[in-house]
Design a protein around this ligand. Sequence first.
Ligand code: AMP
Length: 559
Amino acid sequence: MPVSGIDLGTTNSAIARTGPDGRPQVLTGLAGSPTTPSVVLFASPGEHVVGEGARREARLDPEHVCALVKRRMGDAEWRFVAHGKAWSAPAVSALILQSLVADAGYATGETPTSAVITVPAYFGDEERRATVLAGTYAGLDVVDVLSEPIAAALSYGFGRLDGSPDLSKARHETVLVYDLGGGTFDATVIELADRRISVLAVEGDHQLGGADWDERIALYLSRRFCEENPDAEDPLDDSTGAQALVLAAERAKHELSDAERTDAVVAHDGARSTVAITRAELEEMTASLLRRTVDLTRTCLAEAARRGVAGVDRVLLVGGSSRMPAVADVLRRELDLDPHLHDPDLAVARGAALYGEKKELERMVAADLRTRGRLRDGEPLENAASPDLDDACRRVADAYGVPLAQVRRAVEVQVDTVVSRGFGVLAINALAGRLEPSWLVHCNDRLPIRTSRSYGTVRPDQSEIQLTVVEQQGQAESSRPEDAKVLIVGEITGIPPGYDEGSEVRVTFEMGFDGVLHVTAFHVDAAIPLVLETTTGATLSQAEVARERDQLGRTRRRD
Ligand code: AMP
């Protein structure tokens, strides 16, 4: 069973896998739709509904319906409470993943056991860990988490070659991926060149997406409804009314992507209004949202330019919200770009499936080389001698009935990415005389990263050292500790006396392609390593994870 690719989206999710011809196929469950709304209805203490059924019932039973859970990923405090049970964001996401997995099982006759799950490029460490946890809860081996724009670029890079799924034939091309989904926005500049896909710059906001457009329209509809029906209750003051209004707003928004005007019907508290709305009005009331995507895109392009990119050859619009005509218009008008819609709903799942296949074939080739003593344990595949690699690719192709070109492509195409935020530790700045973030990893540094920096103890005979690992919040690195988000706090304890002030403490940050951070620290003279303790984060406590696993085991999907 190939590794599945899962787009775990804010509003919609999809699952894909590569077929025997190496092309990604989106898998469809009983409902027959390639995408599943990322909505969960907790129908009773032991039963839940995922997808369109949950979305439809959202109007009738809004208190038991959880939507936009992706915006909560990484928030360890957040819970959705239904029927007296509390669900964390990874647990709710796990129900969506289980539903996708069941659909894939229905479509192929085989239940997926491993997957690549995509995340917005702008997701930080905690959100990525939360995503891995969701996958684990759903019983999946999460082979990797992949940035959505890379997935979109992979699906584009493979697909555009006219039937030849061979990226190595690609000419050099710089691509801007503008991804405006239901709840998140990412702008990413990617270079496709010489069998390499490299992310050069990322910018984004994971609290900005189509749902914000819906909210603005809903406010407008409620205002108009209240003007026409002064005696009726404001639909926004009632959760059922608000849900219905947001759905009507979204419907109107979709219609206005094709038509210049539409009517939205608002029925509430025994009254009813038909509100006419034009595309121009929609664009006016949401202009500041669109402006923010333009500003972030501009910053992203500036960062890419700083890295030597002269211009972009291609602009891919992905994410459902990029269907709004205003998106392409503003990019043309303000940034002089020539955007193209690229499979906006499914490109990410398809790209994730391609990446999943690459990981799986790489793993098999590496295993073959290791059993023959041609690659040491832990050594990367690129260290293998070229003839050995050729032989291993051939053996894997024969053994698994996969075309040789497909295996070669998997091992040859390299995917590079950059980190989306800075990471550092809190340290005393001797000049300023205060505790400040000291940044070891910077936004847009290339992954994977391994970087070390040495710090000194602040007094003689210091018996313990506290290490606080922080993540950059906001657009720029700040020297104020209150601007940084604390990720992990760890302590080196039991340092024997006898060491001077300024004794070396070496801190090492490692981040793999998945963007998950690993930190180690070492008191060099005393040879004491740091034991890290996670104090915040998506990585819930062991007890909480056990409780949620149990809870997940006690609910079943109602079809
Ligand atoms: P995604 O997260 O990529 O599935 O995108 C979902 C978002 O795209 C939702 O906010 C939808 O309302 C929005 N969307 C989908 N189709 C359209 C359309 N035709 N016009 C405007 N927005 C759309």
